[in-house]
Design a protein around this ligand. Structure first.
Ligand code: SF4
Ligand code: SF4
Length: 231
């Protein structure tokens, strides 16, 4: 922290990268033997740089690389007078990167809606029964992927452990175990609307979407499907 004490007062912008630097992360979990904490805790959540910017947080364990470069480039453009100050959320994360939940970007979300859940790893359905915290975690990794757009924890079969959140890890322990809130949130999907929605959608697919329109048939008469609206 001597380096932070010396550099922060002179910095135009201070960027905390990774969950340890932003909010303390695993080194600052309960029983925190070293007194670890993130930069906003150390400098102050209202702290401002020489250029009037608060600490900018890019959390993640690890932080998503494109989130880092995009934020750094944005700050350079701002400091050059070519862009407004970055809009940050209440946890000092760039708002445009962290406003959606993991669940909102997950390619398994339709299974959650249908009440279809995997009970063991290796399947392709929703992982909430295996401990996925995606519905209550802000992170764009399922949309952005990890490398060249590939990956994104639940998209490729791993539960979301909430590594971008200020409450990580303590508020999401134990990992890899279903918690009662997640379990309660699945009850309506499993027993009320989920099976009904799934049945109606499958019916729609079988009886409409999977069938071609009637005029696409060989025959003596040309049938186009056109209906003059004046008749
Ligand atoms: S795997 Fe997780 S993020 Fe994806 S739909 Fe299920 S609960 Fe939501
Ligand atoms: S999806 Fe969850 S575990 Fe994966 S990087 Fe985002 S917050 Fe972390």
């Amino acid at each position: 922290n001597e380096w932070v004490d010396r550099l922060a007062p002179k910095a135009a912008a201070v960027v905390a990268v990774g969950t340890c630097a932003t909010y303390g992360g695993i080194p600052a979990m309960k029983n925190n033997p070293t007194g670890a904490m993130g930069l906003p805790d150390y400098l102050g959540w209202d702290w401002k740089s020489a250029a009037g910017l608060p600490v900018v947080c890019i959390p993640g364990c690890p932080a998503q690389p494109d989130n880092m470069t995009e934020t750094l480039l944005y700050l350079v453009l701002h400091l050059a007078g070519l862009a407004p100050a970055p809009e940050l959320d209440e946890a000092l994360r760039p708002k445009w990167l962290f406003e959606r939940t993991v669940h909102e970007g997950c390619n398994r979300a339709a299974y959650y809606e249908h009440g279809d859940f995997d009970r063991e790893y290796g399947g392709h359905k929703c992982l909430v029964k295996l401990g996925c915290e995606g519905p209550v975690v802000k992170c764009n990794v399922p949309i952005r992927g990890w490398v060249n757009g590939l990956g994104g924890c639940p998209n490729v079969g791993g539960i979301c452990m909430a590594c971008t959140m200020p409450g990580f890890p303590d508020k999401y322990m134990p990992f890899m175990g279903e918690d009662w809130k997640s379990n309660a949130s699945t009850i309506p999907a499993r027993f009320l609307y989920g099976p009904v929605i799934k049945y109606l959608r499958n019916w729609e697919i079988r009886h409409s979407g999977d069938r071609e329109p009637a005029w696409r048939r060989p025959g003596a008469q040309l049938r186009t499907g056109y209906r003059p609206h004046w008749r």
